[in-house]
Design a protein around this ligand. Structure first.
Ligand SMILES: [Zn+2]
Ligand SMILES: [Zn+2]
Length: 262
């Protein structure tokens, strides 16, 4: 449609990202905030529901973030076309084991990058001008997933160019990472907790974050900075002191509240 492949790449990326956002944030929104609102309120972390104006703001800033993400995607595409990145398109260039390993490494690197860039966003000289936009959602909905100030959107997406310049990555690994971050990010912003009692302490699950964890970050602000894994918060002692108690209190409340029909 467009003679310029970069414009085409930009618009294609923007359309796909936007559709993906509306599907992945919109589906839990329709299920949890509309269709089964009263039936599933037992699972709601903060019992109140945010006003519509908050969701309108969350969607607006998320769309702006998507625009910025697409600019960076084109940047990576241009760099790849000119042979500057380590992206490889022939899957046989490296083993399948490497494909899996590079995807996991990408996710782990992103988790570390997010924790420290997030701590930076909370610096008192940056927070009121930038990160406050994300924290206007003190009771977040799935729409808040990418609700960032443009500067923060740039900070967030920088992990992509960093990784494609650092290690060989197949587009499949990039796609797997992007889906992982989308699903986990939406999950953290649903405002609903689904995990069972003991999740935050059991040996095979304690390392994973929960929706309660990120919800507490939005509510209390100066704690629970990590993204996918509850590792950096433990190492740095930044988990909220009542994280485990609040998680368990939510599970207990879920059991106590009567089940309602939709
Ligand atoms: Zn958040
Ligand atoms: Zn924050």
């Amino acid at each position: 449609m467009f003679s310029n492949p970069y414009v085409e790449e930009f618009l294609g990326g923007l359309i796909i990202d936007t559709i993906r956002y509306f599907i992945f944030a919109g589906t839990p929104f329709l299920l949890l905030y509309v269709a089964f609102k009263s039936k599933l309120v037992r699972f709601k972390i903060q019992q109140k529901f945010p006003e519509n104006k908050h969701m309108v703001r969350e969607i607006g800033f998320s769309l702006l973030s998507m625009f910025i993400f697409s600019i960076f995607s084109v940047g990576v595409f241009v760099a790849q076309q000119h042979g500057y990145t380590k992206i490889y398109t022939d899957i046989h260039e490296h083993s399948i084991a490497y494909l899996v390993f590079s995807t996991i490494l990408f996710i782990l690197a992103h988790d570390t990058y997010f924790y420290w860039s997030h701590r930076l966003m909370h610096h008192k000289k940056i927070y009121p001008y930038v990160h406050l936009i994300h924290h206007k959602s003190f009771n977040p909905t799935p729409w808040a997933t990418f609700s960032f100030h443009p500067f923060e959107a740039v900070m967030q997406v920088l992990i992509l160019p960093i990784m494609v310049f650092a290690i060989p990555l197949h587009p499949l690994a990039i796609f797997a990472w992007s889906m992982y971050q989308l699903v986990l990010n939406v999950g953290g912003h649903t405002g609903y907790e689904v995990f069972r009692s003991g999740f935050t302490k059991r040996i095979h699950t304690f390392w994973s974050n929960t929706a309660t964890h990120h919800n507490m970050h939005h509510k209390h602000v100066t704690c629970n900075y990590s993204l996918y894994f509850n590792i950096w918060d433990r190492i740095m002692g930044t988990n909220h002191e009542r994280y485990h108690e609040e998680f368990e209190a939510g599970v207990a409340r879920r059991k106590e509240m009567p089940e309602k029909s939709a």
